[in-house]
Design a binder for this molecule. Structure first.
Ligand code: ATP
Ligand code: MG
Length: 367
């Protein structure tokens, strides 16, 4: 996939800009707070309909504007295509357009412009809390499987409603009567999530193991383990079995959930662990080992997406190269010789020779 150009209107700190890109490496250079990450956010949003930093769509609309627009021409699936999002500052739903036709869901643009983002926080993802690992997995899985994206959205919606019931039942005890219905639906959709995740993490682990072995000269053995609700004995089991496992677990935690007014158990607590030669990275990994494993995971994400769509996804490296020592920089750069890459940095330095440089200043391109 190649993003040929991008037009932004009232997106973050961009009032109006049009940018042309190279099929290879594009270096986005600028001082702090000029709009480099905003640009990567726009590209990633254009491809997935999901922002890696905004909680709400309206955050992406430029302060004071009523609506914003992200639009781009892409060469993908052997033809020219156009993607366009219109975002509103109020509660009006966003609009999605593909090749001039309005679409209902982001799932309908899946595969046109898949992206993989790599930022400095991802380097420590194996050390931090589970939520950043879940977000990292979801970012890829949602793009790979539109049905997963839809299930995750539904799961989060039901979870939200259930949380409200648990919080409000002290004032309104009758609410507890409808709790079982919510739990059933939550387990049905949750089982679907587990089923997708089990397969995804299995492939991701195998691919990352290969990169890690190249990286470490075959010295360390990389293994990834998907962790879900403890009552699930086999995450590859049929969805009906997974649903039953989740229901059993919720039944056992019914009282605790009602008393603490919290959704204590379910796939919203899922996690994965990475071990190097059997030793858990989260507890025992050195900083170098953790970074190397994180890079292997990122390259694996890119490989899985490339395999799925038959074309390299667009790689977005936000400030990450300058965080790496020269050995790790070279490993990453040698792995990304093909495909389109966007690299942001404050100082271009040794990266200048990699490709086209675009200088950004205060939400505009410096000429
Ligand atoms: P750094 O090198 O520090 O990472 P950056 O170039 O990546 O900087 P961005 O994260 O892209 O900077 O943000 C640039 C600016 O965009 C920030 O100063 C922020 O205040 C501004 N900004 C964010 N959202 C909006 C918005 N909705 N409207 C206007 N400006 C915004
Ligand atoms: Mg930034």
């Amino acid at each position: 996939m190649i993003l040929k150009d991008l037009q932004l209107r009232n997106f973050r700190n961009y009032e109006e800009v049009k940018l042309d890109f190279e099929p290879g490496v594009n270096l986005i250079v600028g001082d702090n707070a000029q709009g480099k990450t905003n640009l990567l956010e726009a590209i990633s949003y254009l491809g997935s309909g999901r922002s890696f930093r905004a909680q709400k769509t309206a955050e992406m609309v430029r302060f004071g504007a009523d609506f914003g627009e992200v639009c781009g021409n892409v060469f993908s699936q052997e033809r020219d295509q156009n993607l366009r999002f219109v975002l509103f500052s109020g509660s009006r739903p966003r609009q999605i357009w593909r090749n001039g036709a309005k679409k209902k869901t982001a799932g309908e643009i899946a595969g046109v412009l898949p992206t993989v983002l790599f930022c400095p926080e991802d380097l420590m993802v194996l050390k931090t809390g589970a939520s950043s690992r879940r977000r990292m997995g979801d970012q890829v899985l949602c793009q790979l499987r539109p049905n997963y994206d839809a299930a995750l959205t539904e799961y989060n919606r039901i979870l939200d409603q259930k949380s409200r019931i648990l919080k409000d039942h002290f004032d309104n005890p009758a609410l507890l009567d409808i709790l079982p219905d919510y739990n059933t639906r939550l387990c049905q959709v949750g089982a679907l999530l587990i089923s997708y995740r089990a397969r995804f993490y299995d492939s991701l682990g195998k691919s990352a193991e290969k990169f890690h072995s190249q990286f470490s000269g075959g010295v360390e053995n990389f293994t990834l383990d998907y962790k879900t609700v403890s009552s699930v004995k086999d995450p590859f089991a049929p969805v009906s079995q997974l649903t039953q496992d989740l229901l059993d677990h919720l039944d056992r935690h019914y009282r605790a959930e009602v008393e603490t007014a919290q959704c204590l158990t379910g796939p919203h607590k899922d996690d994965f662990t990475v071990c190097l030669s059997g030793i858990d990275l989260k507890s025992y990994g050195s900083q170098g080992q953790t970074r190397t494993a994180a890079i292997s995971l990122k390259l694996a994400q890119r490989e899985l997406m490339g395999r799925e769509w038959g074309e390299e996804p667009v790689l977005l490296l936000d400030d990450v190269l300058s965080e790496l020592d020269p050995g790790r920089q070279d490993f990453v750069l040698n792995q990304i010789v093909s495909g389109q890459v966007f690299i942001t940095c404050c100082e271009p330095g040794r990266f200048t020779k990699l490709g086209k440089t675009i200088e950004i200043s205060k939400g505009a391109v410096k000429i």
